[in-house]
Design a protein around this ligand. Structure first.
Ligand code: PLP
Length: 291
């Protein structure tokens, strides 16, 4: 989150327009709001990621000052772009002089073929600002992450200094040793297997218990499912009813600056899966039938 904050502060001013995927991670919207920035939502496909045609049209029509994209294992939709699309994304933004802020946080959790290439790999001009962290793979409490700010490296360094000074060197050294020893890669292999099987199990339960006409993503990695309930269902009301039962979901409108996705919800199946979680998922399905 700090990397994303610094990246946006380095390349925008209050009032600027920032393009992002739709649906998008609500944390991005919160940062935009806090920095006085405006969001431009670009349609995103659950398999192929952000629509590059739509982005191209948007860039021609609006004064976009930055784009935040998750090319690998996006949140909440779970898409991973093809290598050709990542390259086209980088070239397109480069040609329009619009910085690409890449969030790589779930990339190491991609199920097939291990850690995929970042869009940053296609960057020739320093136009891509690359952000990532170990929060989703090791522990959110570590607060260990990175920012490679390309052309804005000096500006980002100055902003970082006034925002929070240095880094947590103890945590960083521990993570570096884990990577060097091969332990991180072994841990990732285990995590990917566990998450893939939990995603499969949850999708099967959803197919069995949710209302007819429900659609659910098959994410490229990690542990997040984006669910579309039949038209007319109200995920905000569903969220309130589930909260009374101690079950937490994220209702669809959280993932849009324009309160879209009222009949969508996001669930996370990252916890070590147990009977309790399966029962909770069935309860979500049962209440969704009434929603
Ligand atoms: C897409 C995305 N980016 C960034 C973050 C924030 O990560 P961190 O806890 O490392 O600041 C999250 C956490 O949920 C996330 O889902």
């Amino acid at each position: 989150m700090e990397a994303l904050n610094l990246a946006l502060r380095a390349v925008t001013r209050p009032g600027d327009l920032v393009a992002l995927e739709s649906p998008t991670y609500y944390g991005f919207l919160q940062i935009l709001q806090m920095l006085g920035l405006r969001a431009l939502e670009i349609p995103t496909h659950p398999r192929t990621g952000i629509s590059l045609d739509a982005l191209e049209v948007a860039l021609a029509a609006h004064p976009v000052k930055a784009a935040i994209v998750m090319p690998n294992v996006s949140n909440p939709i779970g898409a991973s772009m093809s290598e050709a699309s990542k390259k086209r994304l980088v070239r397109l933004l480069e040609s329009r002089g619009v910085p690409l802020i890449e969030d790589h946080i779930y990339a190491d959790l991609q199920f097939d073929a291990g850690a995929p290439r970042a869009a940053k790999a296609y960057d020739r001009t320093g136009n891509v600002i690359f952000c990532g962290s170990f929060s989703k793979t090791l522990s959110p409490g570590l607060k260990a992450g990175w920012l490679e700010a390309g052309r804005w490296r000096d500006a980002a360094r100055r902003l970082k200094f006034v925002a929070s000074g240095g880094q947590n060197e103890l945590a960083e050294t521990a993570v570096a040793e884990l990577i060097d020893s091969g332990g991180y890669e072994r841990w990732l292999r285990q995590l990917r297997r566990r998450f893939a099987s939990q995603v499969d199990a949850a999708r099967a339960t959803i197919a069995e218990c949710f209302p007819r006409g429900t659609r659910v993503t098959r994410p490229a990695g990690a542990y997040i499912l984006w669910i579309e309930l039949p038209r007319g269902a109200d995920s905000v009301r569903l969220f309130e009813r589930l909260l009374e039962r101690g079950i937490s979901i994220a209702p669809g409108p959280m993932f849009s600056a324009t309160q879209r996705y009222r009949n969508f919800l996001r669930i996370s199946v990252g916890q070590i899966w147990s009977e309790r979680h399966d029962t909770a998922l069935r309860e979500i399905g049962r209440l969704a039938q009434q929603a």
